[in-house]
Each structure stands twice: as C-alpha cells, then as structure tokens.
Design a protein around this ligand. Structure first.
Ligand SMILES: NC(=O)c1ccc[n+]([C@@H]2O[C@H](COP(=O)([O-])OP(=O)(O)OC[C@H]3O[C@@H](n4cnc5c(N)ncnc54)[C@H](O)[C@@H]3O)[C@@H](O)[C@H]2O)c1
Length: 379
C-alpha cells in the first residue's frame, strides 16, 4: 500500500477553539470522506483561553500541543497552516502574528474589525507571500455551485437583479443573553455586516459583481440583553442590514440587494441567493437544501424545481442522492483551501481572497456612511 509522504500533509493549528474552532476540528476528523484528494490534514495544535475547550480537544489523537498562549502555537515548527477563529477585535493582531511566524492562514471573517484593519492584514499577507484566505462556506453547497455555474453560463441573458441574503432569527428572543457578537468593541461598528456579510458577498464578488454605489438601511432593535449574571448589558451592534447596491454590468446598471439579518422572523440560519436575467435565472436557499429553482424563458416562462443530490465541488464517498448540510460545506471549503494552497484547485470555486475581504469592508464602510447621511454612497 502507498503511504503518502509528508509533502501531502497539511498540519493545522487552531487559535480559538470555540464554535468554529471545534467545527474545523470535526471537518478534519471526517477528511477521509473526500475521494482521491491530494492533501491529508492533521490537526496538531490548539490554543484557547478556556480549560474546558482545551479539554475537548484532548480527544483528538493528532493534537500534540494544547496551549493558552497563541505565541507558543506559532513557535511550533509542526504547524504549517493556522486557522484563527477568535472575536473580531483580535483578528488583526493575531493574523499579523501568524504571518510574521511564517505560517499560512485561513482567517475567519470579517478579516479585521474594520476597513483599516482589513487593509493592513491584506497588505501584510501580500508582503509575506504566505497563502491567505478567508472563511465563507455556503458557496460550496451543491445548490450554490449550480447558481454560480448558471450565472457564468451566459444563459441568463441580460442581468436583471441579484439577491444575496443571510437570515438569523434567534435574536428575536429578548431573553437571549448578550455575547461578544452583539457589542461594538468586540464585533465592530459594522455589527451584523461583519458577522454575516462575508457570506452574502462571496459569490457576487467572485462573479465580478462589484457594487459601485450603495444605499443602506441599518436597524438596531434590542439595545440591551441579559448579561447572564442577573443584570443587563448594552447590546449596541446593528441587528439588521439591507444594502441596496448598484452594479455596472455590460453597460447597464443592475440592482443587487444584500440582506444580513439577526432579526428575520422564523429563519434559523437561512442563506439564499437568487440571480435573475431576461432569459434565465436561478435560486437556491439552505431552507430547502435539496432544492434548486431554475427560471427558463422559452415559449412559456417557467420555474423548474430540481431535486439535488450530493454533487459537491470535491468528490466524496457520500451517496450521490444524499442531502448536504453545514458540516459538509464547511469541509468542502477547507478542501478548497487545501487544494488551492497545493496548486490543485483546478478551476474550482475558491475561498475568499484578501482582496475580496477588503472589498467587502469597503462596501460595509460605505453602508455605515450611507446610513449616517441617508444618501447613496459610491464604493
Ligand atoms: N464561517 C462561519 O460560518 C462562522 C460562524 C460563526 C463565527 N464565525 C467567525 O469565527 C470567529 C469566531 O467565532 P465563534 O463563533 O467561533 O466564537 P466563539 O466565541 O464561540 O469562540 C471564540 C473563541 O476564541 C477564544 N479566544 C479569545 N481570545 C483568545 C486568545 N487571545 N487566544 C486564543 N483563544 C482566544 C475564546 O475563548 C473562544 O473559545 C469570528 O471571527 C466569527 O465571525 C464564522
């Protein structure tokens, strides 16, 4: 039997072992689902400040270093790639340290707490020559990939409009305790745009749909929440953001609506995208993970419903008729990172680039300005 050599192994260290750090560990643990994939992954080191979380990672046999000091992790010669999943106010300092340590980086969104931080991280990434990408997983779902393929096929005719949305609902419960994502000093002034925005811009930006103008509607509804200690704490981030953008496509101005909502009645974690043209269109939502809607204008106009299977960008051993979910697209995103880092992406959809992350921040900064001035802002 052939044993792969060390060149094929991507050795990962995680800084921030909370919700997403553990999600990454679980993706690595299921890496064997990928078929004929050129890179193996090994989680070798984890850093978090909480003992209970470090204890959780003890169940992973490949983890050789557990530490509360990220500098110790960065000093380890065993680590090739660092995944950083910490609150937004720590992004810039830790990302820059990862690059200074000579490691590759999969950054979490929003890639810095604000536009200035994102630009500094992007510039450091370029100067370092390290492989740096940012997390955004939903485009790796089969339905999302089909929408991308249709948008690129030239079969849409003239582009009419684009919608890209990410809706949450649990904040509608006023008794939900506050957390760092609801506080400007940790989450950033852009609030929900920083939290959910990368998910809605990844596909449009990759398709070349760069907003030239934006008019925003931002809403703050709950201004305090239980602090979990019997009192209340200020909750000062934007809850909902709607960005009404203009695109310039083939000499025409095309509207694109981006919605990022923590207060979207009934929507648990609903990410959806729709592109409409004069000749065709497509719509996909995680609310119906197996369903792709395609618009066709022939003799009659019709929306056709397609029952999707498990046709992920990177083939897996999972049965082709099974339905995909969040852990699957997150693993596929990591596969895209590993493949692109090894020069094996082969034209497939890739993770968010540092330039795209900066562009997302330019849009969100313009969104803040638009809300303040009640005017459309050039991006
Ligand atoms: N891609 C996605 O779908 C997705 C989903 C949720 C969150 N995120 C992003 O992931 C990042 C983390 O979010 P989360 O939901 O996992 O948060 P979380 O609060 O669950 O986890 C953050 C962890 O970072 C640890 N931490 C804080 N300071 C640290 C330090 N100095 N050194 C080491 N560890 C430290 C905390 O102890 C905590 O365990 C954020 O950037 C967030 O926007 C992405």
């Amino acid at each position: 039997m052939m044993i792969r050599n060390m060149k094929d192994v991507m050795r990962v260290g995680i800084i921030g072992g909370g919700l997403m750090g553990r999600e990454a560990a679980s993706a690595f643990a299921r890496w064997f689902v990928l078929e004929r994939f050129p890179v193996r992954v090994e989680l070798v080191a984890v850093c978090d400040l909480q003992d209970t979380l470090l204890d959780w990672f003890r169940q992973i046999p490949t983890v050789r270093l557990l530490t509360k000091d990220h500098r110790e992790l960065l000093a380890s010669p065993d680590v090739d790639v660092v995944y950083v999943a910490v609150p937004h106010h720590l992004h810039e300092s830790i990302y820059l340290e990862v690059l200074a340590a000579g490691k590759d980086l999969l950054a979490e969104k929003p890639f810095g707490i604000d536009l200035a931080a994102a630009r500094r991280i992007r510039d450091a990434a370029v100067a370092s020559g390290r492989f740096v990408r940012c997390s955004s997983e939903f485009p790796f779902l089969p339905g999302a990939q089909r929408v991308v393929d249709i948008a690129r096929s030239g079969k849409l005719g003239r582009l009419l409009e684009v919608h890209s949305c990410f809706w949450h609902a649990s904040d509608l419960d006023p008794s939900k305790p506050v957390n760092w994502k609801r506080q400007v000093r940790y989450c950033g002034e852009i609030g929900v745009m920083g939290d959910l925005g990368m998910h809605v811009v990844h596909i449009p930006l990759r398709l070349g749909w760069n907003p030239v103008r934006v008019y925003s509607q931002l809403q703050k509804v709950y201004t305090e929440r239980p602090d979990g200690k019997g009192g209340f704490a200020a909750c000062d981030t934007w809850d909902n953001a709607q960005l009404h953008c203009d695109l310039e496509v083939s000499g025409s101005t095309v509207p694109m609506r981006l919605e990022m909502k923590r207060l979207a009645p009934g929507a648990t974690n609903t990410w959806w995208v729709e592109v409409l043209g004069t000749e065709g269109g497509a719509r996909y939502s995680t609310a119906e993970p197996k369903t792709l809607w395609i618009f066709e204008r022939q003799k009659e106009q019709r929306w056709v419903r397609i029952d999707l299977g498990f046709q992920t960008p990177f083939p897996t051993i999972t049965g082709g008729i099974f339905e995909p979910g969040f852990p699957d697209c997150f693993l596929q995103m990591w596969a895209a990172y590993a493949a692109e880092r090894s020069g094996a992406l082969e034209g497939r959809f890739g993770c968010v680039t540092p330039d795209e992350a900066v562009r997302s921040h330019e849009l969100f900064a313009a969104g803040l300005e638009s809300h303040q001035t009640r005017a459309a802002i050039a991006v």
